[in-house]
Design a binder for this molecule. Structure first.
Ligand SMILES: Cc1ncc(C[n+]2csc(CCOP(=O)(O)OP(=O)(O)O)c2C)c(N)n1
Ligand SMILES: CC(=O)[C@@H](O)[C@H](O)COP(=O)(O)O
Ligand SMILES: [Mg+2]
Length: 658
């Protein structure tokens, strides 16, 4: 839990917990940000209180990223009140904190559809609103994008000021520094608001986090140069004195040096209280009036602000299920089977008991990836490097080169950011880094930004790489054991978000033979070759077909690379048709199989073959089941494909896939 820098819950805030939908007269007067210009500063403060209640109420019905959104309520009101959006471009980093922004930007009527099928995205999205000038969901892109807008403006583009709002967790990533480095030398007018709540998803790690904490506790207000003097003059007496004292400190009168941000070429203003509307308005107005180059405003906030169950919980309600507003109790259904993440975490810990060379690396997701389980037992061998996937991969490569057995545990979609490192630092040097790829396939409410769609393709095409996909949670146990034992180069294993299938679990993982799959059931003239967790859908399809008198052979490939070419040869020799199925995009496992068949002359026109993959388009958020239906990748679609290949009547096909 973060240190509480700012006063906690007030009585007024307390009422929002027991009265989820209070009368909101001020909020009712705001259809779009332009309406904020008609409100007094006092009314803006009232608006913030109402907005907070509205967000709590909405998220209690939808679930979502509540803590981050509650932390930026006042910032959202103040930014929209001072700047001129959508002409000015407001870029939220990650975008998971944008719910108050959505309420104020013409989406209040749909706010209770957040993250639902057909509803509002849980992130900023250009296609959703003119007030979302830049989409996000992966972190640390906001300063680069905002600098792009500022530069476009200076080159005559139809755009005003650019404002990036970035969290203390997200500013740990390399991209943010690349952007500040560039912005500092470009010297263009640009606003970066650092929303420092001393929390990432987990407590933040790293030297930068410590630096920000020190900065935050260095004085009531710490401001610089002509810009800061302008701000300072507009502040009330006590704050002005604080600012003066702080400025004397940093300008050297008392021997202190400039902040890192100033060294990078920014004017630094802060720390300010990110929940104090009058202070925020004064600082933003002064900055807007005076800035000529890049400015960083350091706002201290509390994650989960104003809702005590959030403020008091360990994760500050980073991501919540639907919940009861009065108690904060979340509606979480009892699991039917162990979650893949927990199975990975527990198996890795067991392997680490046996082998002291095993270590784990996470990029700010210890709980999400399950390495926190090992962290409790072996804290010295688990490394949270912050939101820094590129570094995580190369750090793991260094660990491997140094004789350790690193498991680099990263969600499929976030590993995209470390791709060059996977190629250049790991695969090319044949270093035995074990990639534990969670959230493979479609993930549900987070939508297309978090879909683990591409890893099979982007890993299988790399020389030296071995790629496995777990069909169920027991297979995952075997794959962790196999990866732990494998030392002949990099190896990856992927598994989906959520619960396993409820299969009996082995006491201990067995070593899988590299590049060998398995036959699950045999029969008929069609073979389905499944890679990964869609095996259960393939089995459902087979049962459906069997009920219609059609037998199907089902095989689990286990490996996308190396391919089990004996198995594929056997399936093609003994069946009229072959269908591959995977929870991944085109260009993955199916393409690998096709390449091999073509290379070995097996695509001679006699074999009927289809590859079932995610389609070549992004799938909007819904439940995973609905997303797979949208993707044409359910048991019914698989059965339909079999019937199609067997020349079934169109009517039967339609009935099957409807
Ligand atoms: C590249 C990338 N890695 C990991 C994540 C997962 N993630 C989402 S939010 C978050 C923490 C962000 O912390 P901060 O920026 O401080 O925002 P806060 O939630 O505290 O408001 C993380 C690690 C991500 N979205 N993108
Ligand atoms: C915003 C973000 O990137 C994370 O908070 C993500 O939503 C976590 O997803 P899981 O719930 O799958 O861990
Ligand atoms: Mg934070």
């Amino acid at each position: 839990m973060p240190r509480a820098r700012i006063s906690h819950q007030t009585a007024m805030e307390e009422t929002t917990m027991t009265n989820p939908r209070p009368k909101t007269p001020t909020l009712d007067r705001v259809a779009c940000p332009a309406d904020l210009k008609a409100l007094t500063d006092r009314e803006l403060a009232t608006l913030a209180t109402e907005l907070r209640a509205e967000v709590i109420s909405a998220v209690s019905e939808t679930g979502g990223h509540l803590g981050s959104s509650l932390g930026v309520v006042e910032l959202t009101v103040a930014i929209h009140a001072v700047f001129n959006t959508p002409f000015d471009k407001l870029v939220w980093d990650v975008g998971h904190q944008c719910y108050p922004h959505k309420v104020l930007t013409e989406r209040r009527d749909r706010i209770r559809t957040l993250r639902q099928k057909g509803g509002l995205s849980g992130f900023t999205k250009r296609s959703e609103s003119i007030y979302d000038p830049f989409g996000a969901a992966h972190s640390s892109t906001s300063i680069s994008a905002a600098l792009g807008f500022a530069t476009a403006r200076d080159l005559g583009g139809p755009t005003g000021d650019a404002i990036a709002v970035i969290g203390d967790g997200s500013i740990s990533a390399g991209m943010a520094y690349e952007a500040m480095n560039n912005a500092g030398s470009e010297k263009r007018r640009l606003f970066v608001i650092l929303n420092d709540n001393e929390m990432s998803i987990a407590p933040p790690t790293g030297a930068m986090s410590t630096y920000l904490s020190d900065l935050a506790s260095s004085g009531p207000l710490y401001a610089l140069k002509e810009l800061a003097e302008g701000v300072e003059r507009s502040l009330p007496g006590p704050l002005r004195e604080g600012a003066q004292r702080a400025r004397n400190l940093v300008t050297g009168e008392h021997g202190s040096s400039a902040t890192l941000f100033e060294e990078l070429g920014f004017d630094y203003i802060g720390p300010i209280d990110g929940h104090d509307i009058p202070q925020l308005l004064q600082v933003l107005r002064a900055a807007r009036a005076k800035a000529s180059g890049p400015v960083l405003i350091h706002a201290c906030t509390v994650k989960g602000k104003g809702y005590s169950p959030a403020e008091l919980s360990d994760d500050c309600y980073h991501g919540v299920a639907k919940f009861d507003v009065a108690t904060g109790k979340q509606q979480k259904s009892a699991p039917n089977a162990p979650a893949y993440t927990k199975v990975f975490g527990a198996t890795l810990t067991a392997e680490a008991e046996r082998d002291s060379r095993i270590c784990a690396v996470t990029a700010a997701m210890p709980g999400g990836t399950g390495v926190n389980i090992m962290g409790k037992r072996f804290p010295g061998r688990v490394f949270d490097v912050g939101i820094a996937e590129q570094h995580a991969v190369t750090f793991a490569a260094g660990l491997a080169a140094g004789g350790m057995k690193p498991f680099c545990a990263i969600y499929s979609s976030f590993l995209q950011r470390g791709y060059d490192q996977v190629v250049h630092d790991v695969a090319l040097q044949k270093l035995p880094v074990r990639f534990a790829i969670d959230r493979a396939g479609l993930v549900g409410a987070d939508g297309p930004t978090h879909a683990g769609a591409y890893d099979i393709a982007y890993l299988s095409n790399l020389p030296n790489m071995t790629v496995m996909a777990a069909a169920d949670e027991a297979e995952l146990v075997h794959m962790v054991a196999t990866a732990a034992a494998y030392d002949d180069g990099p190896i990856a294993f992927r598994y989906p978000r959520g619960e396993g299938v409820g299969i009996e679990m082995p006491e201990r993982g067995s070593l899988l033979e590299i590049g060998k799959g398995r036959i699950i059931r045999e029969g008929g003239s069609v073979a389905i070759l499944s890679l990964g967790a869609h095996l259960s859908e393939c089995l459902k399809a087979a049962e459906d077909l069997e009920a219609r008198g059609i037998g199907v052979t089902i095989a689990d490939a286990r490996f996308a690379k190396p391919l089990d070419t004996d198995l594929i040869a056997q399936l093609t020799a003994n069946h009229e048709a072959l269908i591959t199925v995977e929870q991944g995009a085109e260009g993955g496992f199916g393409a690998m199989v096709l390449h091999w068949l073509a290379r070995t002359g097996r695509l001679d026109g006699t074999l009927k073959i289809r590859t079932m993959t995610l389609p070549d388009r992004f799938i909007d958020q819904a439940s995973p089941a609905d997303m797979y239906h949208d993707a044409g990748l359910t048991a019914r679609h698989i059965a339909g494909q079999v019937l199609h290949l067997m020349g079934a009547e169109t009517a039967l096909l339609e009935a099957t896939t409807a």
